[in-house]
Structure formats: C-alpha cells, structure tokens
Design a protein around this ligand. Structure first.
Ligand SMILES: NC(=O)c1ccc[n+]([C@@H]2O[C@H](COP(=O)([O-])OP(=O)(O)OC[C@H]3O[C@@H](n4cnc5c(N)ncnc54)[C@H](O)[C@@H]3O)[C@@H](O)[C@H]2O)c1
Length: 325
C-alpha cells in the first residue's frame, strides 16, 4: 500500500512511518520541519526514515493548496494518515495564527486532496482529547458533547472533525478521526511534560507542576497509539445512521493517572528526586483527562498494553542516550 503520512518528521508521524515501512508499505512523508520546537530533533527522526527503502519525503507546507494537490496527484496514495498540526495548548495563546494555518487551512487542503483523488480509500487524521474541554463526566466518551473548547488548539481540532464529517458526507470520503490522549514515548516532543520532567530531573533542575499537582492525565504510550492508528487504517468501516463514513475514536490508555504518581515513576527511572515548583493552573489547560475506549476496542480491536511503569523507563533510557545527560 502507498501511505501518505503528514507530519512524518513529528513524534507520532515518525513512529507511524517506521512501523508502516516495517510491514512493507511505501510511505510518502510530508513535513515543513517548522521550528515550534528544535528542528534538529525533527531532522534526526527524518534521518532515520530517509535511509529506509520505500520512504519518499517532501519538505513542504500543508497550508499551500497547490503543493498538497501536486503531492496527491503525483503520489496517488491509497491511505492518508494526517498527523501534521500545530500542537500544544499553551502556545495557542501566543501564536493563534499558526493554528489556523496548519490545523484549519492545512486540514482543508488534505480534505481537498482526498476529494479530488481517485486512489485514496481512507483518511485517518489526528484529533485530540482537548476537544473534551471542560467536560466533567469521566471517562470521556465519544458520545459526550464537545461544544465547550477551552483553547484555540481544541477549537481547531473540533473544527477538523466537523470539516471531515462534511467532506465524508459530500464526497463519500471514508474518514476516521483519532482523539489522542497525552502521548509519550522515545523521540517524544520536548515541549511536553514527560520530556521536560525527565530533562530537568536528570539535570537537578526544578520542574513546574501546574495546578499544584492536582491534575490527572490519561498517558498513552506511543506503541499503543501506533497500533490504534493501524487499527483505524485497516478496519472495514461502515456508514453511520446518516449514511456517512466518518467516525471519531478515543486512543487513550483507559487509566487516569495522578500527576504526582507520573512524576514518581520518572524519579524512579532517573534515580533522582524532583525539585517541584508548584504553579497555578495554566489558562487553556484541563484538570483531568480519562479516555473511554469502548468504541475503538469494539470497532478495531484497540487494546493498549503499556502501563506507565513500563513506558517511562523506556523514554528515560532514550532521553538520556539521545541528549547525553
Ligand atoms: N502528542 C500528543 O500527546 C498529542 C495529543 C493529542 C493530539 N495530538 C495530535 O497528533 C498529531 C501529531 O502530534 P505530535 O505529538 O507528533 O506533534 P509534532 O509537532 O511532533 O508533529 C507534527 C509535525 O507536523 C509538522 N507540521 C506542522 N504544521 C505543518 C504544516 N503546515 N505543513 C507541514 N508540516 C507541518 C511539524 O513540523 C511536526 O513535525 C498532531 O495533529 C497533534 O495535534 C498529539
């Protein structure tokens, strides 16, 4: 199969591309290698991919409609795994336009690419647990209303779901949206808590603990997320009650961990105690996430396998080797 992976130099895109190449697929990667975080890490991931047979890469911006149309036309993908986006809740307060360009304009261009393609059989795209916003009902179910985003990032992801539904309805595109819940793993994002905590604890520096540590997160190990992406790509999708081939699913670990327990696992793996700077809640953040994964389990056999006690030591080992700390 020919799989177009957007955001292939990103954390989740890189792991997805690696596993697709392992199973013999051809992978066409697109990424603009922007500097939201250190592009050297994106380049290091890309260096791993470029040396592999069956990988082609375009360093391009998805916000350009002509370029995206050309890639679809030239490469004729069978499946599109659309993971490129401007991520991060906190940065959306500083640079809102980046979110509209990548997450709205970029997403529309990918939908248009699918619309005009005669090769694409399915689009799988990244949404986020942040669409649940201020939802207080736990765990978060795909049947819960998600009309109360608390960040622009969340609003763009919810918009992606609506746009995808509309394109599935109008043009018969099969589309699956995946709401990821705090993904962590080797080659992870340096702006996320896991890598920030590992780095600071390893170096004996303080870590910022928001909402005075009164937070819970459903942390999902990267291998489980990639297995969920594969499930979403491969399952035989059926139309919904309105005859539309669009559905959204949660990909979480189905466990809500106390932030302090998560920090404790990192302390154990690093072999040092954290110096904690307790801070108030950040605007745009949510206190708790917890994924109900019944629908993804039922429809494509999603079955996360990795508790934080197993996942964290793997990330710490990678981090210390990669960053030489
Ligand atoms: N990591 C998580 O915990 C998490 C949680 C929820 C949702 N998500 C979503 O999953 C997807 C992948 O996230 P990630 O953690 O791998 O992030 P990432 O930042 O590591 O990867 C995204 C990649 O997309 C690229 N990109 C961004 N805008 C682009 C554009 N306009 N054109 C071309 N390339 C562009 C970036 O350069 C980056 O390499 C994103 O859609 C993100 O919103 C991630």
């Amino acid at each position: 199969m020919r799989i177009l992976v957007t955001g292939a130099a990103g954390f989740i895109g890189f792991h997805t591309a690696q596993k697709l190449l392992d199973r013999g697929d051809t992978v066409i990667g697109i990424d603009n290698l922007n500097d939201y975080y250190d592009p050297a890490l994106k380049q290091a991931r890309l260096d791993q991919l470029i040396r592999r047979e069956g990988f082609h890469f375009y360093k391009e911006d998805l916000a350009s409609p002509d370029i995206v149309a050309r890639v679809f036309n030239d490469e004729k993908p069978d499946i599109v795994v659309h993971l490129a986006a401007q991520p991060g809740v906190r940065y959306s307060l500083e640079n809102p336009h980046a979110y509209i360009q990548s997450n709205i304009v970029g997403h529309l261009n990918v939908l248009e690419g699918c619309r005009h393609s005669d090769s694409v059989q399915k689009l799988v795209y990244a949404s986020s647990s942040s669409v649940y916003g201020g939802n207080t009902k736990q765990p978060f179910s795909v049947d819960d209303p998600v009309d109360h985003p608390v960040s622009l990032y969340a609003a763009t992801k919810k918009s992606d779901e609506l746009m995808s539904h509309c394109y599935a309805h109008l043009y018969g595109i099969k589309a699956v949206g995946l709401r990821f819940f705090t993904v962590y793993g080797p080659w992870g994002r340096p702006d996320m808590a896991t890598d920030l905590f590992i780095g600071a604890i390893s170096r004996g520096q303080p870590i910022k603990v928001f909402n005075n540590g009164d937070m819970r997160r459903d942390f999902t190990y990267i291998d489980d997320v990639v297995s969920g992406i594969f499930g979403a790509m491969d399952f035989d999708m059926k139309p919904d009650d309105y005859g539309v081939n669009h559905a959204v699913y949660n990909l979480g670990n189905n466990r809500s961990e106390d932030l302090n327990d998560y920090i404790l696992e990192i302390e154990k793996a690093v072999g040092k105690d954290a110096i904690k700077d307790f801070m108030p809640m950040q605007p745009g953040d949510v206190k708790e996430t917890y994924a109900d994964i019944d629908a993804s389990r039922r429809d494509f056999g999603y079955n996360p396998q990795t508790p934080i006690s197993k996942g964290i030591p793997k990330v710490v080992a990678w981090y210390q080797n990669f960053y030489k700390v």
